[in-house]
Each structure stands twice: as C-alpha cells, then as structure tokens.
Design a binder for this molecule. Structure first.
Ligand code: HEM
Ligand SMILES: *[C@@H]1O[C@H](CO)[C@@H](O)[C@H](O)[C@H]1NC(C)=O
Ligand SMILES: *[C@@H]1O[C@H](CO)[C@@H](O)[C@H](O)[C@H]1NC(C)=O
Length: 522
C-alpha cells in the first residue's frame, strides 16, 4: 500500500515539476509577469471557475500589478489592472481585436449555418480593408441606436408600455419583485425593438428566453451542448422558429430602425432568413440580460434606502407639470406629465443612482484577441493568440479611483460635485470600439421605469425588511447579474384617493445624450 502512495506522490511531484518548468520556460521576460498560483495552470482554472470575476479582484489585491499573465493550458490571459493601460488597449483595435470573438460568440450561441458562418468570417477583422459583414456591422448598429429620431421612436413605444404597466398596478398588489420587473421590462424593451408583431407577445417566447439564458456559457465554450444545455437548445430552436415567422411576415417593417438595420445588413450580405432569425435570438440577449437586472437593482436600492428614495422623489417632483383635464365620466382630474428629457438634465441624483448600480453590480469583462505579437504601451509583450481582459469589477473596486468607501453603495457618488473619478475607470457599458450602443435606450428605459414606480407607488417587502441579496449564480459571460432569489413585495399607490389618476410620459429630444461613458464626455 505504502508503495502505491510513494509512486503516486512521486508521480505528482514529477508532473508538478514538469508544469513549473513549462510555465517558466515558455514565459517571455518581456511579457506581463505571470500571476503564480499554487498549482501551475490548474490553479487558475479552478480559481476562475469557482470565483469567476472575483478571482481577478483577488489577484489584483494579492499582486498589485498594472498588468499580468494568467497561464491556462494552451492559452494566455493578459489581465489589465491599471486604468492607464485601458486607452492603450482600446486604441489598438486591429492588433487587439474584438470582431473575431464576437463572430465566434454569434456562431456558438446562435447555432448558425455554415453559409452564415462563412459570411461572418470573411475579412472578420478588416485585414483586407473596411468591408464585409463584420467590419461594417457595428457602425450601422451604433447609428441605429444613437440619439435622434430613430431612438425617439423606440423610446415612445417604451414609455407607452411602461405607462401601461403602472396603470395596471393601481390598487394594492403583492408581487415577486424580480418576476414583475422581468416581465414588464422584457415587454417594454422587445415591443420597442420589434414593433406590433413582437414575438415576445406570445408568453411561450418570453418563457423560452429565460430558459435559453442559463445554457449560454455551455454553448459559448461548446462543451457537449446537446447534453449539458439541452433545455437551452430547445428554447433557442423554439425562438428561432418564431423569428423566422416574424421576418417572413415582414414584422420588422413595423419595428424599430434597429431591427430594420439588422435585417437589411444581413440580407445585403446574403445571410439566409433562418440565420437572420438565429442571430436575432442572440440579439435578444443584448437587449434584455442587462436591462432587466439593471432596472431591478435601481428599484431595489431606491426603495431600500429611505434617503435615496426621498431625494429622488424630491428631484422628480420638480419636473412634473400638472394641468386640469376631463376624464371619460365628465369629472375633472389632473393630468401629470413627466418629460424624460427634463429628468435626464434635472435629476442628477437619480442618474447617479443608476451609474452607481452599474458600478457596484457589473461583473462584465471586456475581452480582446491578440492578432499578432504586440508591445502594449511600449512596455509589455503580448503574444499572438493570447486574450486581453479588462475585468470591470477590478476597475470598479480600485480605491485610488473611488476612495475608501469603494465597497459601499453611495447613490450620490456620480454627482458632478462629488469626488471626480477617472472617466475611463467607469466601465458599466464597456468602452472603445465595443462601447455599448444600447446605453441611451437602456438608460432612458431604466430611469423611466424607476421614476414612474417611485413617484406613483410605495414598495415594501412583505417580510418586513429589505434583505441583502447575493449574486452567486451569475455566469462568467454576464455583465449585470440577477439576484439569486426574489423578494415578495407589496405595491401600494401613494395617492390613495386616486386624484392624480392620469399620467403621461414624454420622451422627446433624445439628441442630448446622457454622459454615461468616458466616450460621451469627450
Ligand atoms: C443596462 C443595460 C445595458 C448594459 C449594462 C449594457 C452593457 C454592455 C456592455 C458592457 C457591452 C460590451 C462592451 C465592451 O466589451 O466593451 C455591451 C455591448 C453591446 N450592447 Fe449593451 N448593455 C445594456 C443594454 C443594451 C441594450 C438595450 C441594447 C440593444 C438595444 C444593447 C446592445 C449592445 C450591443 C449590440 C453590443 C455589442 C457592441 C459591440 O460589440 O460593438 N445593450 N453592452
Ligand atoms: C488603481 O488605480 C490607480 C490609478 O487610479 C493605479 O495607479 C493603480 O495601479 C490601480 N491599481 C492596480 C492594482 O492596478
Ligand atoms: C446588509 O449589508 C449592509 C452593508 O454591508 C449591512 O450594514 C447590513 O447589516 C446587512 N443587512 C443584513 C440584513 O444582513
């Protein structure tokens, strides 16, 4: 028996020594220094799968390096800690590229055909010039979601849906808060994008979307999806068929500029309709997976913090205009109008609360593929085939950037008169060439939803206290995690007598963008 143990121990030592040797002898001295873990290669794999983005925060605290290397079997990750290196990474968008990662994500998550995949892969990173599906896609999507008439049109549909949600709440109701936010935001968002023939109008599609999501990590890593992500695949195929019907019935012609641009772009590049539908299923992830939890957390932090709630209500009350109006039964009442373009400029505390939600709750990681050996900032050799990562939690928890209260939720942190942070360090919407094009729409939607809810209702937990919620279930690809559990709440109208029964939300003039990212303040 002891012989067997001796052999096993010797074997382990030999393997360990071999791995150490490999690690040291294949790491170039000019590369960012490696972050050592107890077991070479394996240690990082275990740490990442158990702790996800928190692992990068731990390594930042332990080694305090501006940039370092994590070695995994067959690949290198270069992790950027120092904010001063972020612009250097974003500037080099050809050498440190995102399009190949996006194309790969689209293929694995959407399950597109070989025909469509070849179209995506053609000149994917623009090595042969600014042409092809991938190279011209993002510019068009950004234009379709930029402030202007197309965004105004989407916002109008959104505001009408949210108005409707709030009107339906009249009278006291008990609901699961997350369940409520999920449904209302899903419907407002997808109606705004897809128009009257929005496939999400069928409850079976909405249900499938939430079944699709948990399998995405398996699909991305492509590890036996038909076995390990069976429900997710079933949901994706179900949604694909609905989107095929939507395009065949020209549903998009009645939808937003965004959906029309996406459809036009794909048909111009001869992508088959079935694949356009598949890519659209992928797009629903972008539309919903951050906006839903983002709305939830804003509502949660406002109602669970009486000071923040009072301050935001006070600010909002100043932008409401009241006029007498006659309702159907001949009685007069007051029509209360809230203009969201006023909210954006006159309610800085509410806007700051949204930004603080994104600072505290974002777990996203910006990634870039190293296309050829590249010396970053004249200092660090990044080797071809490696992956550069900018983990948002690392930058959102740097005490030199945010101060010693970095781990607290401070709804006033982003007020112009508070301590100024380096704008590059706020990465709620990413940055550089991949900066989220949906940030104007998403922010207006979240602010509209939160503003209407706090103005019209009180929300209190049925259990008596607002409990602290964990977010351990979130997967590595997600940017804004959902809470692990729901909260049962009582929603009560603030105006018991129903005197102010008519509300109107105006969303015009979106030309004036909110300063949501470093790029918006330049
Ligand atoms: C609060 C809500 C949202 C958050 C926090 C958010 C965040 C992000 C982040 C972090 C990225 C990646 C940026 C990077 O890697 O540098 C991104 C990309 C993207 N987002 Fe959003 N997003 C939100 C809502 C939306 C909405 C509503 C839409 C569409 C209507 C949208 C469309 C996109 C698209 C198309 C990309 C890919 C851009 C590219 O690769 O160039 N997002 N978003
Ligand atoms: C935190 O940010 C400061 C600048 O704001 C930077 O000098 C420092 O390197 C960052 N911390 C780490 C561990 O990179
Ligand atoms: C929730 O977290 C806050 C801040 O970390 C803490 O002060 C409070 O005691 C916690 N509440 C509960 C119920 O655990």
């Amino acid at each position: 028996m002891s012989n067997v143990i001796a052999v096993l121990v010797t074997g382990a030592i030999v393997i360990y020594g071999g791995l150490q040797f490999l690690l040291h002898h294949t790491q170039d001295a000019k590369e960012p220094p490696p972050a050592y873990t107890a077991i070479p290669y394996l240690g990082a794999m275990i740490g990442l799968s158990r702790k996800k983005a928190k692992f990068y925060v731990e390594l930042r605290d332990k080694h305090d390096l501006p940039i370092y290397t994590i070695r995994l079997p067959g690949s290198r990750l270069y992790i950027v800690n120092s904010p001063s290196l972020i612009p250097a990474v974003q500037r080099e968008f050809k050498a440190l590229a995102f399009p190949p990662i996006a194309a790969n994500g689209a293929k694995t998550v959407c399950g597109s055909s070989k025909t469509a995949n070849d179209i995506l892969d053609t000149n994917v990173n623009g090595e042969e010039g600014d042409w092809g599906y991938s190279m011209t896609f993002y510019k068009r999507i950004h234009a379709a979601l930029a402030p202007g008439p197309a965004l105004d049109a989407m916002n109008r549909v959104m505001a009408e849906k949210i108005s409707g949600s709030m009107d339906r709440l009249e009278g006291e109701k008990t609901v699961q808060l997350l369940e409520f936010v999920k449904h209302e935001i899903a419907m407002a968002s997808t109606d705004s994008v897809y128009g009257r023939k929005n496939p999400f109008k069928d409850p079976a599609i909405e249900e499938r979307f939430w079944k699709f999501q948990p399998g995405i990590l398996i699909l991305l890593m492509n590890i036996f999806p038909s076995l390990l992500a069976k429900d997710s695949l079933e949901a994706r195929e179900f949604m694909t068929r609905a989107f095929v019907r939507y395009f065949e019935q020209s549903g998009h012609l009645d939808g937003s500029e965004l959906i029309n641009t996406r459809f036009k772009h794909s048909t111009e590049h001869k992508v088959p309709v079935e694949d356009i539908a598949r890519f659209e299923v992928g797009n629903t992830i972008g539309i919903l997976t951050n906006t839903v939890p983002g709305s939830f957390w804003v509502v949660y932090h406002l109602f669970s913090n009486p000071v923040a709630l009072a301050e935001c209500r006070e600010e909002l009350s100043k932008v409401i205009s009241d006029v007498p109006t006659t309702v159907d039964n001949g009685e007069t009442t007051t029509l209360r109008t809230i203009d969201m373009s006023q909210v954006k400029v006159s309610c800085p505390i509410l806007l700051s609360t949204l930004q603080e939600v994104l600072r505290v709750h974002t777990v996203g990681i910006s990634t870039r593929m190293v296309m050829q050996d590249h010396v970053l900032d004249g200092k660090y050799l990044l080797k071809k085939g490696g992956t550069v990562m900018i983990p948002t939690p690392v930058h959102h928890t740097n005490t030199s950037t945010w101060g010693t209260d970095v781990h607290e939720f401070n709804h006033r942190r982003f007020l112009p008169k508070e301590r100024r942070h380096n704008p590059v360090s706020f990465r709620g919407f990413g940055g550089g060439t991949t900066l989220c094009p949906g940030r104007h729409f998403a922010s207006t939607e979240i602010l509209t939803f939160a503003a209407m809810l706090i103005l019209r209702f009180d929300v209190t937990p049925v259990g008596g206290n607002w409990v602290n919620l964990t977010t351990n279930k979130a997967d590595m690809w997600e940017a804004t995690p959902m809470p692990d559990s729901d909260i049962e709440v009582k929603i009560t109208p603030r105006d018991q007598k129903g005197k102010f029964s008519k509300w109107r939300i105006l969303v015009t003039d979106s030309d004036k963008a909110m300063p949501l990212a470093a790029e918006d303040t330049q």
